[in-house]
Design a protein around this ligand. Sequence first.
Ligand code: NAP
Length: 249
Amino acid sequence: MMTRTILITGASRGIGRAVAIQCGKRGWSVGVNYAGNAAAAAETVKAVEAAGGKAVAIQGDVAHERDVIAMFDATTKAFGAITGVVNNAGIVAPASKVADMSVERLTRMFAVNVTGAYLVAREAARRMGTDRGGTGGALVNLSSAAARLGSPNEYVDYAGSKGAIDTMTIGLSKELAPVGIRVNAIRPGLIDTEIHASGGEPDRAFRLAVNVPLARPGTADEVANAVLWLLSGESSYVTGALLDVSGGR
Ligand code: NAP
């Protein structure tokens, strides 16, 4: 299969890391972006290489325009033109009612999950679009089941940020179809990663799994399987899709 160059935001841990390793198994080259955990990013790079691919770790905050531009530049410099982007970096905050949310929390939530994701999507359009010298490609956005469930009493801010990702996916898929870029989103449900600990409840995915028809949390690899399908030519007629990977929840 053709060697491909993929940039994954937030690839040091969780779903992004699982996607990176699966890209490695296909012999692809990966830009492994991370925010602060350099040790985890270095470990992901080693795992991608052990799987048969190439990788480079790139620190950068997706909420900062210069960092986003730099992570695209670093990936291209290392491995050549980017043909796939996984818009994966995202944050939650501790469970809270909207009535108790500070402006600082709201500003950071939307800066990372919305502005950051839009900046990454913008750069993907600029670099991969056939109207701007690119060869086309695939953009996969990480939304969440929260976008349709709303996450009352926990994360209505986070849920709204993911609603924006769904809408961006619909609009951008139509905007970029003529220039050779497919744009899709995955809406994971309860996935066993460290994101729940960063929201203050490490066992959240297991506590809420009783409400999941498949009766368990999902794994990062099960989400990565769907991301790889959307990156690959196997999904060549799929664009603008919002794919639930949520065990039926
Ligand atoms: P995670 O385990 O918490 O990992 C988050 C990753 O994003 C880390 O690599 C982290 O880097 C990076 N990151 C955080 N803020 C960043 C920033 N500002 N700029 C660049 N990178 C940043 O998360 P996850 O569970 O794998 O989630 C990945 C995506 O799936 C997110 O968009 C999340 O909203 C979505 N999702 C997850 C679930 C779930 O149940 N896990 C469900 C639905 C949707 P460091 O290691 O350097 O901190």
